[in-house]
Design a protein around this ligand. Structure first.
Ligand code: ADP
Ligand code: MG
Length: 316
């Protein structure tokens, strides 16, 4: 049964790449890393009931399990190439596996990612994807390079996925534009690549803007001040929630999979030019200052930093 499931996954997810010397079927994959490039590797686990509601459609779980990993590669400025999939299933459910593989494959094809291996086991539903990609040597974006005076930008809009999750939990109608952000997040691969050599620091927003920007501040040894009025809010979110809730969702909601970046002011015009070419959007939301931590200020300069920073496992 296990081999039947693996065969089904292989049949639909093995996007062909010339740099896969040996893919699914042997004890491990053999991959050609191009000369002059560094391998960039990340892994993320999705657990049913923790990272997605139990009732989520299999195709959406498949898409998201890859998307959250591609988002980490995007934050490094990496071009994705290969993925591995460790799947733990309560039962050998071919309906689930086919739906799952369909969603996974749809996103994988869009970014020319080949599934090159994995593992299939029995237990409570859990999905671990490992994504591999590459950057030209020395050009990876990190959390560590932000300096006082840098501008803080974020791609896309914030809070949409968290808004959708809140409506689902409250058993209310969820506008399609918000639901799509929760179920099928689009990793900002083209934007990440365009940011190589431009951004001083970069992180993907998965746990909430405040929580993730705090990581940049801690690693870079600086502080950030955000302007609450400049947070990018979608028209769908603004039409569904009041202004204050929108702000909270944007700051602390999580599951956005946008990129938060810092950039020296002299490079801002290049950033906007590069994004115009990739049809990406970015909004200036604040600046880097000396100190530590993240403060959110309103138009009068009053502190409106929320108490709850964002999502954290093992928090009390
Ligand atoms: P082993 O016992 O050597 O770990 P497996 O039976 O687990 O081998 O896997 C056989 C082959 O199928 C391997 O190449 C493995 O990478 C691949 N594979 C297993 N499960 C998956 C999966 N869920 N997705 C992709 N490839 C898988
Ligand atoms: Mg195995």
């Amino acid at each position: 049964m296990e081999f039947d499931l693996i065969e089904r996954i292989r049949g639909c997810c093995g996007s062909k790449r010339a740099d896969v010397a040996l893919g699914i079927g042997d004890d491990a994959a053999v991959l050609d890393v191009p000369a002059g490039r560094q391998l960039v590797a990340c892994t993320d686990t999705l657990v049913a009931g923790v990272h997605f509601p139990e009732a989520t459609a299999p195709g959406d779980i498949g898409w998201k399990s890859l998307a959250v990993n591609l988002s980490d590669l995007a934050a490094m400025g990496a071009e994705p190439a290969w993925a591995l999939l460790a799947l733990t299933l309560p039962s050998p459910d071919t309906h689930f596996v086919e739906g799952f593989a369909g969603g996974f494959a749809e996103l994988a094809r869009g970014h020319a990612v080949a599934l090159v291996g994995g593992d299939t086991t029995q237990g409570p539903l859990s999905v671990t994807v490992t994504a591999l990609g590459w950057v030209p040597t020395g050009s990876a974006l990190t959390r560590g390079g932000a300096h006082p005076g840098d501008a803080v930008y974020v791609t896309g809009t914030l809070g949409d996925a968290a808004g959708a999750l809140q409506l689902l939990r409250d058993r209310e109608r969820v506008p399609q534009a918000l639901l799509a952000r929760l179920q099928r997040p689009r990793p900002r691969i083209a934007e990440g690549i365009a940011l190589r050599g431009l951004a001083s620091a970069c992180i993907d927003v998965s746990d909430g803007l405040l929580a993730d920007l705090r990581h940049v501040c801690a690693t870079s040894g600086i502080a950030a001040e955000l302007d609450s009025g400049s947070l990018p809010i979608s028209s769908a979110l603004a039409a569904t929630f009041g202004a204050e809730t929108c702000r909270e969702l944007a700051l602390s909601g999580g599951d956005d999979y946008e990129l938060c970046i810092t950039i020296p002011p002299a490079r801002e015009a290049e950033l906007l030019g590069a994004f115009a070419r990739t049809r990406g959007e970015a909004t200036r939301i604040g600046s880097i200052v000396a100190g530590s931590g993240v403060r959110v200020l309103d138009a009068r300069g009053d502190d409106v930093t929320p108490m709850r920073a964002g999502w954290e496992h093992f928090s009390a």
